[in-house]
Design a binder for this molecule. Structure first.
Ligand code: KG4
Ligand code: ZN
Length: 333
């Protein structure tokens, strides 16, 4: 069934609202709270919740105006219900539930990771099962996506998340928090072979990752000195090489018919090139959403809600926000 869905995302430091219908993006509005957290060097949950609260309803109005729709035109309201910072999740969830209640429409709670996982299906016909490399500030996972609502975790990080490692390197190189994009930009002007940083677990049997040793090696190099461009480039090369190796292994072992990358780190072009190579070698196609839909956004919530709804998932209004919510716990019934 074709529905028009409004999705709200507020699990970290982006307040975002998206409207989607019939596989098309009708509106995309987002407000990043960078300025509010910068001086603390990281996201402060209490400040984040307050900022979501003051931004969310205005973004809903703006998104509706962009789409040329009224509240009564929306068939389905959705919000990310976790995993994420609970104070922020509560804001988006309550707003979406209130709007659904006021408009007499349905509401669906969306898992933030599932929203990242399904986002690329909005831009291309992707065959199932596909191998998903999901990498954001809080997660690094290799997941076999059998279909909407059916996810198998194949590997994860044993310590830091991949995006977190990019963020820590950014901080060491003098950038403000969530500086993954800055590291990529800096790396573009450096020599990726200048420093031989470790590639943790690259030859291990399993599909798990570890990034803390790499982060420490970068810290030691920053203390010793060296061009920031070369350090960034050598770090990025090490991270991308490890990811490429695990993805190749997972493609072979899982029999996946496509490779998909999602989450903030999937907007990294060096990573995308490596994943394209890995996919080609395995004889499958590589898919990723445009960079602005790899990072947190409201359209991914709306899109996942529509797919879950069409797959028969009914979450109702009595949903609790969840700081932790593994993909493997999702079901369509
Ligand atoms: O998915 P996302 O927007 O939020 C979370 O759910 O965490 O991901 C944000 C993460 C941050 O760690 C950020 O530094 C990283 O993704 N990131 C990048 C790039 N753009 C964002 N990491 C590497 N290269 C990038 N271009
Ligand atoms: Zn995210």
């Amino acid at each position: 069934m074709q529905v028009i869905t409004l999705g709200i995302e507020s699990s970290c430091d982006d307040t975002a609202v998206g409207i989607a219908g019939g596989g098309k993006i009708l509106a995309h509005r987002a407000l990043t709270q960078t300025g509010a957290h910068e001086c603390y060097g990281g996201v402060v949950p209490e400040i984040a919740s307050r900022a979501h609260l003051s931004a969310a309803d205005k973004l809903v109005e703006e998104a509706l105006a962009d789409a040329g729709l009224k509240l009564s035109d929306i068939d389905l309201f959705a919000a990310g219900a976790g995993p994420g910072l609970i104070g922020g999740v509560v804001v988006g969830l309550s707003l979406a539930q209130s709007l659904a209640f006021a408009a007499g429409k349905n509401f669906v709670a969306v898992n933030h990771l599932e929203a990242h996982a399904l986002m690329p299906t909005m831009f291309a016909e992707i065959p199932y099962p596909y191998l998903l490399f999901l990498a954001s500030g809080g997660h690094t996972q290799l997941v076999k996506v059998n279909r909407v609502g059916d996810y198998e975790l194949l590997g994860t990080t044993l310590d830091d998340a991949c995006g977190e490692c990019f963020d820590k390197v950014a901080k060491l190189l003098g950038f403000s928090y969530m500086g993954g994009r800055e590291v990529e930009r800096l790396a573009g002007g450096g020599n990726p072979r200048a420093f031989d940083f470790p590639r943790p677990l690259i030859n291990s049997h399993g599909l798990d990752f570890s990034f803390s040793g790499l982060k420490t090696a970068v810290r030691l190099q920053v203390e010793k000195g060296g061009s920031p461009e070369d350090i960034a480039a050598s770090f990025q090369a090490a991270a991308v090489e490890v990811i490429g190796a695990k993805v190749r292994k997972a493609l072979t072992e899982s029999g996946a018919k496509a490779l998909v990358a999602s989450g903030g780190v999937a907007s990294n072009m060096a990573l995308r090139s490596e994943l394209t190579r890995a996919a080609t070698e395995a004889g499958v196609e590589f898919f990723a959403a445009p960079p602005k839909y790899c990072v947190d956004n409201g359209v991914m919530i709306a899109h996942a809600a529509e797919l879950a709804w069409n797959a028969g998932r009914r979450t109702g209004m009595g949903v609790n926000p969840r700081p932790r919510w593994p993909l493997s716990e999702l079901r369509n019934d």
